[in-house]
Write a protein that binds this ligand. Structure first.
Ligand code: BG6
Length: 485
């Protein structure tokens, strides 16, 4: 029997490893997705004997997995885990890793849950120790760059050791069940495709609102802001999945090539139109939905001055045959009134109405978080006897995926990383971001950031607990639209 790939996690004591990666590996083990003999190696700078590291891991997993934590399951999981101390700046330490991988003979998936500043040292050392050879692969996390140039540099570093088909770039949104479901919704149902274009669709809105602020992440967040932290990756991925052409198959290349085409069709935002096409905001003091008072952004990031946006809205135009003239409004913000990820597809009004009562245009509302729900708003006759013209009312066809999951006993909400780790182990790259896609996304974002600088467009304040600055409405109203509420 061949040895299944070993999962090597650099940054094994970091926040992501504790909260997401080890708990995801535990769940994969619990559900039988890890193969017999499949090993996990945790790695970071500090020295720990294997046993001590396993004990360190126990409370992380216990806390995140809650009612699913089981002592016996943890013990069998822990048997898979060993620890190798590696300081990325010490190439000689990689010899230890090589030993742990059976003198480099075992297939390995290297997951870099570390700062990108050490990617280069890690890639060089893996190369020197013969650990970057096929079929070994590398998995990297955002932030991959701060702009196009730095993204290209990181990608060149990765490419110096791993070919593109062995480079897995994570956007954890793609691991979410509901985000994957967008592909099923669009391409496993006949009814949507004939309507899925500018002839029937008036505008599309994608909102990711969060109640959390930037507290505790000051340095990183203040250098990135909402546009780089959320739009460049998660929002752009949602936009691509909504707008792409039907791929020829579900293969990684087929899907990713269609996404790149969307990105290349995005109309650049320039200094001439940035004030009409974008809104920037920064939260100030306010109250959350429970009435608790919240600090302003500057206090949260311990700064005296900052022009970093915590809210951004963009009117993105996709210049191709399918979408010409249909605005895709994107908005995301921290410290908003509720946590919600939602996509709203608004259809065009009736070409001609035979009713006296107004008919609202149909809307398809896809809620991805926190509830998983798909609603189609449709017009109906208001029940009752008619005197005169037929009265109408809007009702919704409602599909609650959350209720369906509870009904079939699937109550556990999966961690997005479970699917992504499994795919990396199984060599399925369709839910990972390819280089072209990432660089095209940065090109679009750089255009916006550069235009903000040139036009001196600083963020408008909004109270914590509100849904962005009041000025956000002009973005949609300019085209006769309004934000879905
Ligand atoms: C991360 C961002 O990528 O996504 C965070 O860095 C953000 O700022 C998070 O809070 C949101 O992810 P989720 O899965 O909670 O919607």
């Amino acid at each position: 029997m061949t040895q299944p790939p070993t999962f090597v996690l650099f940054g094994a004591t970091g926040d992501l490893a504790r909260r997401m990666l080890f708990p995801s590996l535990y769940f994969l083990h619990m559900e039988g997705f890890l193969e017999e003999g499949q090993k996990i190696i945790g790695s970071s700078r500090s020295e720990y004997p294997d046993e001590e590291f396993r004990e360190k891991m126990r409370p992380w997993i216990k806390e995140r997995t809650g009612e699913y934590y089981d002592e016996a399951t943890f013990n069998t999981f822990a048997e898979r885990v060993s620890y190798v101390a590696v300081d990325a700046s010490e190439p000689a330490h990689f010899a230890r890793l090589r030993d742990a991988l059976n003198d480099g003979q075992d297939e390995a998936v290297f997951y870099l849950s570390t700062s990108p500043s050490i990617f280069s040292a890690v890639c060089d050392a893996l190369n020197e120790h013969g650990l970057s050879k096929a079929p070994n692969r590398i998995v990297v996390e955002k932030p991959i760059g701060h702009d196009l140039q730095s993204c290209i540099e990181i990608n060149d570093t990765l490419a110096s050791a791993f070919s593109e088909d062995r480079t897995y770039r994570i956007d954890h949104y793609l691991g979410k069940e509901t985000v994957q479901n967008l592909i099923a919704l669009r391409f496993a149902n006949r009814i949507f495709e004939p309507l899925w274009s500018a002839s029937s669709i008036d505008n599309v809105q994608i909102t990711i609102s969060e109640t959390v602020g930037a507290e505790g992440r000051g340095g990183y967040y203040d250098a990135y802001g909402a546009i780089r932290d959320m739009v460049q990756n998660h929002m752009i991925q949602l936009l691509c999945l909504m707008a792409m052409e039907p791929p020829a198959s579900l293969s990684a290349d087929a899907i990713r090539n269609e996404k790149v085409k969307v990105l290349r069709s995005l109309a650049p935002i320039t200094p001439a139109n940035v004030q009409d096409k974008t809104v920037r905001g920064q939260y100030i003091e306010g109250h959350d939905s429970d009435g608790k008072s919240c600090l302003n952004y500057l206090d949260d990031v311990e700064a005296t001055h900052s022009d970093t946006e915590t809210y951004v809205a963009i009117n993105a135009e996709i210049k191709n045959w399918r979408w010409a003239g249909v605005p895709f409004y994107l908005q995301t913000g921290k410290r908003m009134s509720e946590r919600k990820t939602e996509i709203v597809v608004s259809f065009r009004p009736l070409p001609h109405s035979i009713f006296d009562s107004p008919a609202s245009p149909n809307e398809l509302v896809i809620t991805l978080q926190p509830k998983e729900e798909i609603k189609l708003q449709i017009m109906n006759k208001r029940p009752g006897l008619i005197e005169g013209s037929m009265p109408l009312q809007e009702l919704s066809l409602n599909l609650s995926l959350s209720d369906h999951l509870s009904a079939i006993g699937e109550n556990r909400r999966r961690i997005a990383y479970e699917q992504l780790i499994l795919d990396a182990l199984r060599r399925n790259a369709s839910l990972f971001v390819q280089r072209d896609e990432q660089e095209a996304a940065w090109r679009f974002i750089d255009g916006i950031v550069d235009s903000w600088d040139k036009r001196n467009m600083t963020p408008m304040p909004y109270k914590s607990g509100r849904d962005g600055p009041p000025g956000k409405h002009s973005l949609t109203e300019r085209n006769g639209h309004s934000w879905y509420e």
